[in-house]
Design a protein around this ligand. Structure first.
Ligand code: SF4
Ligand code: SF4
Length: 196
C-alpha cells in the first residue's frame, strides 16, 4: 500500500520493449525464393503462399532459367503462436521479428496480414548490433583477401594401346550378366557319374 503503483499509462506512455521482442513478423519480399520451407514447418499452418514460375530468356551461350515469382504471402496472426520456427528455418533471411505489437483489431479476419502489410512491418526491423571488434573477421573477407589460384587444366586420360597389359576401364556388370562356367562332372553337374 505504501509502494508506488507500477501501472504503465499505455497508450499515453509506450512500453520500452527490448529490440528482440516478438511483436510481429516482417517479410523482406526480395529475399523470398518461394522455397515453402516456412509454410511447411509452421505448426499452425497459418502461412499461405502462392506463386508461379517464369522463365528468364537464355543469355548468349547460356540456357533459359526458370524461377518462382511470389504472388501471395500471408500470415494469419489469429492462429500464429509466435514460436518463431518460420523465421529460424528460412534459409534466405526473408522473415524477421519486429517489436511492433499495435495491430489489434475489432475483426479477427483483419489479423490475416498479406504481403504488403508484412512488407510494411519490415520498416520496423531493429538494426542488428555492430560486430564485436575483437571477433575474428568473417571467413568471406579472408577468402576475398586470398583468392585461390586458378585451377590448371587436367589433360584428358587416353586409353592404353592394345596389348600394353593395362586395362583402361573397369566395367561394373549387373549380377547374372557374366557368362556361366560349364558344369564339371566333379561339381555334380549333368555329366557327373554316381558311384555305387
Ligand atoms: S511464428 Fe510459428 S506459428 Fe507463427 S507463422 Fe511462424 S511458424 Fe507459424
Ligand atoms: S522459408 Fe523464407 S524463402 Fe522460403 S518461402 Fe518462406 S520466407 Fe520465402
Amino acid at each position: 500500500m505504501l509502494n508506488r503503483a507500477d501501472t504503465r499509462q499505455y497508450p499515453e506512455v509506450r512500453p520500452d520493449l527490448p529490440a528482440r521482442s516478438r511483436g510481429v513478423i516482417a517479410l523482406v519480399e526480395e529475399n523470398c525464393t518461394v522455397c515453402m520451407l516456412c509454410a511447411r514447418e509452421c505448426p499452425d499452418w497459418c502461412i499461405y503462399i502462392d506463386s508461379h514460375k517464369e522463365t528468364t530468356p537464355a543469355p548468349e551461350g547460356g540456357r533459359a532459367r526458370a524461377h518462382n515469382v511470389l504472388d501471395r504471402f500471408a500470415i494469419d496472426f489469429s492462429l500464429c503462436m509466435y514460436c518463431g520456427i518460420c523465421i529460424e528455418v528460412c534459409p534466405f533471411d526473408a522473415l524477421f521479428w519486429t517489436p511492433e505489437f499495435e495491430y489489434a483489431d475489432y475483426d479477427i479476419r483483419d489479423l490475416l496480414h498479406e504481403k504488403d502489410k508484412l512488407a510494411e512491418w519490415a520498416q520496423t526491423i531493429p538494426i542488428p548490433p555492430p560486430h564485436d571488434p575483437a571477433a575474428a573477421p568473417p571467413k568471406e573477407l579472408a577468402a576475398a583477401a586470398n583468392p585461390r589460384p586458378a585451377r590448371q587444366a587436367v589433360p584428358a586420360k587416353t586409353a592404353p594401346a592394345a596389348g600394353s597389359g593395362h586395362t583402361a576401364v573397369r566395367a561394373i556388370r549387373p549380377p547374372g550378366s557374366l557368362p556361366r562356367k560349364p558344369a564339371q562332372p566333379e561339381d555334380g553337374g549333368p555329366g557327373a557319374v554316381e558311384e555305387s
